[in-house]
Structure formats: structure tokens, C-alpha cells
Design a protein around this ligand. Structure first.
Ligand SMILES: [Fe+2]
Ligand SMILES: [Fe+2]
Length: 303
């Protein structure tokens, strides 16, 4: 695959955009609860016919909280995965070892950032908003899969962050500037992660037969199915959070509408937008055209 990524260049680039948690959250850097947190293309609250504008904004903020918490969750599996990859070849390419350790260190920082965000969100929002978990159980379930399947899932997540920020967040002037700043700082570091994952996927796939690669793609799709099950539960949590925050109780028909709209929104946010990312599809194509075709076929259900 002709992408030009190297461990040396990603390491050099990551050194130029480093930030500290205390520079972007806490102190006078507060969330503004009078504003939306998420772009509508991901939150998809506007079509819910039984919510007024204030209630739509509250749901948007609940989705924003869930979004960062879910990133916190998935990064709990990415961290040990990347550390294992670094450890397995510590004495080979020095740039590789340093780039992967830098990657792991940034994910550990992101996990801490998202925890700090959640505390701030809960104290400002005023209602507890449950999120699926626990993180360790989810990480263990994902890490039980084949190594290349896990690497493809990580690649999916990294490219997904790129498309969310560049495609929906960056030019949206209506979002809370503080929430947007968190998304921006996260995105900045993820740029290099996406390149490192591309290199990892290539290295893992090297020497595998097409049959073995397609088995790993099935593992990646199975992890997607596992995440989809969690998202179904998360929609129930988000609906309960919205009812608690607004003091309303939705009728059966309203609950059905909420599930239909928000399930589709969650599937697109975390699964469809990653599975259809051109860079993920390029990586799959370079492993095997059949691998790309398989993912494109399944992705229809998540778009
Ligand atoms: Fe991250
Ligand atoms: Fe990352």
C-alpha cells in the first residue's frame, strides 16, 4: 500500500502537537450547558417528533457525554493492545518501539481526560447519565479476538475519529467551544495513531493467506457485533437519562420512535462511519479485495 507512513515520521509529528490535560480541561475551561455538544449528523436529535428544542439540546448533551465515555471505554482495550505490540519487538526498530510507546502513552492520557470530562459533565448537567461498562470486561471481550481482527477494529476507530472531527465538528460554529476543544485535541493525536495502526495491520497481515485474512475480517466484524450490542443498551440508558433530566415519561410510541432514531444514529456514529471510511477500505483492499468487499457488504446495515 502506497501511503508513505513510517514509524520515524509519525514519531516526529507526534512530538510537535503534544498537549497536557491541564491545558485543555479544568479551571476556567468549563462546559457551556446552554449549547449543543455534538454535531447533528452524529447526534440525530432533530427528527424526534415529540421533543421540544430544549429537550433536543439536552439529548444532544447526553449523546456528547456518551460519546467521550465510549471513547474512554474503547481506549481501554487499545492501550494494552498497543503496549503488547510494542513489547513484542522492543529490540528491533527503535523508531517503532518509541512510536508505539508514544501511542500508548497518548491513549492513557485520553482515558484520563475522558474520566475528568465525565466528572465535570455530571456535576454541571445535574443528572447521572449511565454508560455501558465496565471498561475492563469490555476490553477483555475484545482482546479475546484474533490479533489482526483487533488491529482492524483499532484502525476503524482511529479513522472514524478523523472523519467525525473533520467532517462534522471542525466547521460547526454552534457547538460549545470547550467540548469542541476536547474533540479537537483528541483528534490531533489520533492522526498519528491512524497511521501507526495502518503499519501494524500491514505487518500483521504479512505472510497470511487470504483465507486467514478473511477469518480476521470476520473477527473484526464479530467485535463490531459485540459493540453493536452495547450500543443497543446505551440507547436505553440515554433514553432513561433524558427522561430523568426532563422530568418527562415517554409513551410506548415515543419510546419506540426514540429507539428507532437513536439506534440508527449510534450505529452510524460508532460503526457505519468507520466501516465506510475510505482509508480503512484502502487498507482492507491491500490485504485482499474480498476483505474490502465483505466489509462494504456488511456496512450497509450500519449506514
Ligand atoms: Fe484516543
Ligand atoms: Fe487513538
Amino acid at each position: 500500500m502506497n501511503h508513505g507512513y513510517t514509524y520515524q515520521s509519525t514519531l516526529a509529528a507526534s512530538g510537535t502537537c503534544h498537549w497536557r490535560i491541564e491545558d485543555i480541561i479544568g479551571g476556567d475551561k468549563r462546559l457551556d450547558f446552554s449549547k449543543s455538544f455534538m454535531p447533528e449528523s452524529l447526534a440525530q436529535v432533530e427528527t424526534l417528533s415529540f421533543l421540544n428544542d430544549e429537550e433536543k439540546k439536552i439529548l444532544n448533551q447526553i449523546r456528547g457525554n456518551t460519546y467521550l465515555c465510549i471513547f474512554g471505554l474503547v481506549e481501554e482495550f487499545i492501550l494494552p493492545f498497543v503496549l503488547d505490540q510494542a513489547k513484542s519487538q522492543l529490540h528491533g526498530d527503535d523508531y517503532r518501539a518509541r512510536a508505539l510507546l508514544q501511542f500508548a502513552s497518548e491513549e492513557a492520557k485520553h482515558i484520563q481526560l475522558f474520566k475528568q470530562f465525565r466528572n465535570e459533565f455530571e456535576s454541571g448537567f445535574g443528572t447521572e447519565c449511565p454508560v455501558i461498562g465496565p471498561a475492563e470486561a469490555i476490553a477483555n471481550a475484545i482482546l479475546a479476538h484474533d490479533e489482526l481482527g483487533v488491529a482492524l477494529t483499532t484502525l476503524h476507530i482511529e479513522w472514524m475519529v478523523q472523519s467525525h472531527y473533520l467532517g462534522s465538528v471542525k466547521d460547526d460554529q454552534d457547538l460549545d467551544p470547550q467540548f469542541k476543544s476536547l474533540l479537537k485535541h483528541h483528534w490531533i493525536e489520533e492522526v498519528q495513531h491512524a497511521k501507526l495502526d495502518t503499519l501494524m495491520v500491514e505487518a500483521m497481515a504479512g505472510g497470511k493467506t487470504e483465507e486467514e485474512i478473511l477469518r480476521s475480517v470476520d473477527e473484526y466484524l464479530a467485535i463490531g457485533g459485540f459493540i453493536d450490542g452495547g450500543l443497543t443498551q446505551q440507547v436505553e440508558f440515554d433514553m432513561a437519562s433524558l427522561m430523568a433530566a426532563t422530568g418527562r415519561f415517554f409513551t410506548d410510541a415515543q419510546q419506540d420512535e426514540f429507539r428507532r432514531v437513536q439506534r440508527k444514529a449510534n450505529r452510524w456514529t460508532y460503526l457505519g462511519s468507520g466501516m465506510t471510511h475510505p482509508k480503512l477500505l484502502e487498507s482492507l483492499e491491500s490485504l485482499s479485495p474480498k476483505a474490502r468487499a465483505r466489509v462494504e457488504e456488511v456496512s450497509v446495515a450500519f449506514c
